[in-house]
Design a binder for this molecule. Structure first.
Ligand SMILES: NC(=O)c1ccc[n+]([C@@H]2O[C@H](COP(=O)([O-])OP(=O)(O)OC[C@H]3O[C@@H](n4cnc5c(N)ncnc54)[C@H](O)[C@@H]3O)[C@@H](O)[C@H]2O)c1
Length: 268
């Protein structure tokens, strides 16, 4: 379990869900991890857990909507462990009450989501890249979403911000590749984080599962393992890409079920 030996990783939103899973898996693979989160107590507990299992971790408060706070989290990482090789920009926010359709989306909420979901990715990279150059290179991984690849009835700001993450990932890869810095994203479909499990009615979860090609839901470790791969040197020739981890939810032509029905009727 040494695929990330020698790496120092800053993980934003690491107190819960996808970030927490990734922090645990990265530590198991030998990385030193800094867990940065709004939920300072949750981040502290997550770091304690890793240490109790023999890993290396510390926590730091982060407000991903605040430029100074992002800079401080990056500087804290370098002070703690002497370098920064790996950045997982994972914080993201959504709001089903205010992030509606084009006509009705609340514009303050649009700005808030762009700030937290997209600008935080820009700023994380802006502050981390000089340290990665000092370290001889690095790997940046950003959390996008399948909502960045398709239209939907609501969440126009969330979808647009995550589409922005997909392309920002390519810009980072283009501009800093020659410094041996890779930049990739992961785009989760629905992932059963504790929050998703607690907040989504079972009927809604059933709808999602029905449209997956695979007969089950995604779990935080499905994303965490992908991020570990992107953080490791196993992926050293992969950059600018977004890996879709979504159970085949978006792979089929949407007319496929109707067409199947039509073919059955035509054969009768
Ligand atoms: N769970 C899913 O189904 C799903 C699907 C697609 C994309 N995503 C994306 O995955 C990422 C992680 O989501 P998750 O499902 O693990 O969520 P989660 O709610 O389980 O965890 C998010 C963590 O981020 C922290 N956080 C939130 N806002 C913050 C802020 N402004 N500053 C610092 N920390 C903050 C929270 O305290 C929490 O610990 C997000 O970018 C989300 O958009 C999730």
């Amino acid at each position: 379990m040494t695929r990330l030996k020698g790496k120092v990783a800053l993980i934003t939103g690491g107190a819960s869900g996808i970030g927490l899973s990734t922090a645990n898996l990265m530590a198991q693979e030998g990385a030193k991890v800094v867990i940065a989160d709004f939920n300072a107590e949750g981040a502290r507990e997550a770091a304690e857990n890793i240490k109790n299992q023999g890993g290396e971790a510390v926590s730091v408060f982060l407000d991903a909507g605040d430029e100074v706070s992002i800079k401080e989290a990056v500087e804290f990482t370098v002070q703690q462990y002497g370098k920064l090789t790996t950045l997982f920009s994972n914080v993201g926010s959504t709001n089903l009450k205010k992030d509606l359709d084009i006509v009705n989306v609340d514009l303050d909420e649009w700005d808030r989501l762009m700030n937290i979901n997209l600008k935080s990715v820009l700023l994380g990279s802006r502050f981390a890249i000089p340290h990665m150059i000092n370290a001889g290179g690095g790997s940046i991984i950003n959390t996008a979403s399948m909502a960045g690849f398709a239209g939907d009835a609501v969440r126009v700001a969330y979808g647009a911000s995550k589409a922005g993450v997909v392309n920002l990932t390519k810009y980072i890869a283009t501009q800093y590749g020659k410094h041996n810095i890779r930049s990739n994203a992961v785009a989760p479909g629905l992932i059963l984080t504790p929050a998703a499990k607690n907040n989504m009615p079972s009927e809604v979860l059933d709808i999602f599962e029905k449209y997956n090609a695979l007969p089950y839901h995604g779990e935080p470790d499905d994303i965490g393992h992908t991020v570990v791969f992107l953080a490791s040197d196993e992926s050293k020739f992969i950059t600018g890409q977004t890996i879709q981890v979504e159970g085949g939810h978006y792979i089929a032509n949407p007319t496929a079920p109707d067409f199947e029905q039509f073919m059955k009727m035509a054969q009768q």
